[in-house]
Design a protein around this ligand. Structure first.
Ligand code: SF4
Ligand code: SF4
Ligand code: FES
Length: 224
C-alpha cells in the first residue's frame, strides 16, 4: 500500500515569467517509488502541462536528470521521499519546468568532429579492437548534463569554455585506439586550461572525470 507524500516542483515558463515558483503536489508513493513515477503521477492526476523528460527508465538514456534537494540525480532510479524539492539541473537553459535545451551544446560540439576519424581503414574484418580501461569507463557517460550543471566555469551563453561533458566526449575519442585527431589540441581550444586548480567535476554515473579526463589532459598540455 502506498502512502501520501508531498513533493515540491519548481515550475518555470520563460515565455510567461522571469522567475520560477514552487508548487506542492500530494502523491501516493511506497518505499520503492521513484521520482520519475512521482512526476508521472503529477502529470496524469493534476497537471498535464508539467514538462519533464525521460526515456529508458533504467538509467541508460540520461534524459531524466533533475536536481533533488539541490543535487543532481537520475529521476528514474532515485527513490522519492516526502518533502523532496525537485528542480531543473542548474546552470543550463531551461525551456520549461524541468526540461532544458541540449541543442546549444550539440552545435558547439559539432565544431570538434565528435566522432571517430580514422587514418586507415581496418586491416581485416571483423576488426578486433582493444580499447583501454579509460575508454570503457568513459563510454558509460549518459550525456545527462549533471556534470555541466555543477561546473563553476561553464556558461552556455558563451563558447570559450566547453565544460566537463565536452571534455568527456573528446576524452572518449582521445582514448579510442581508432581515432586519429589531436584531441589534446582540441580540449586546449575548448579552454581546459581554466580547469587548473579545480576538481569539482561530479558525475552521477560514477565516471572519475578529474582522474581520467581533466588531470591527464592538463598533464599532457603542461608537458608540451
Ligand atoms: S575541473 Fe572544474 S572547471 Fe573544469 S570542467 Fe570540472 S568542474 Fe568545470
Ligand atoms: S560525465 Fe557523467 S554527469 Fe557528465 S554527462 Fe556524462 S554521465 Fe552525466
Ligand atoms: S529515463 Fe533514461 S536515464 Fe532515467
Amino acid at each position: 500500500m502506498g502512502q501520501d507524500i508531498f513533493i515540491k516542483i519548481l515550475r518555470y515558463n520563460p515565455n510567461n515569467s522571469q522567475i520560477g515558483h514552487n508548487e506542492t503536489f500530494r502523491i501516493e508513493a511506497n518505499n520503492n517509488s521513484t521520482i520519475l513515477e512521482g512526476l508521472l503521477q503529477v502529470y496524469e492526476k493534476y497537471d498535464s502541462t508539467l514538462a519533464f523528460s525521460y526515456g529508458c527508465r533504467v538509467k541508460n538514456c540520461g534524459l531524466c536528470a533533475v536536481n533533488v534537494d539541490g543535487k543532481p540525480h537520475y529521476a528514474c532510479v532515485t527513490r522519492i521521499r516526502d518533502g523532496m524539492q525537485i528542480s531543473p539541473l542548474e546552470n543550463l537553459p531551461v525551456i520549461k519546468d524541468l526540461v532544458f535545451e541540449r541543442r546549444i551544446f550539440s552545435k558547439y560540439l559539432e565544431n570538434f568532429k565528435p566522432y571517430v576519424v580514422r587514418e586507415r581503414e581496418p586491416e581485416a574484418l571483423p576488426e578486433i579492437i582493444n580499447q583501454p580501461d579509460e575508454h570503457t569507463q568513459l563510454m558509460s557517460c549518459r550525456e545527462c548534463f549533471a556534470c555541466m550543471s555543477s561546473c563553476p566555469k561553464y556558461d552556455y551563453r558563451q563558447d570559450h569554455f566547453g565544460g566537463p561533458l565536452a571534455f568527456v566526449k573528446l576524452a572518449q575519442l582521445h582514448y579510442d585506439v581508432r581515432d586519429s585527431i589531436d584531441r589534446v589540441k582540441q580540449v586546449k581550444e575548448m579552454g581546459i586550461l581554466n580547469c587548473s586548480g579545480c576538481s569539482r567535476c561530479t558525475c552521477i554515473s560514477g565516471i572519475p572525470i578529474n582522474k581520467i579526463v581533466i588531470k591527464p589532459f592538463l598533464d599532457l598540455l603542461t608537458a608540451m
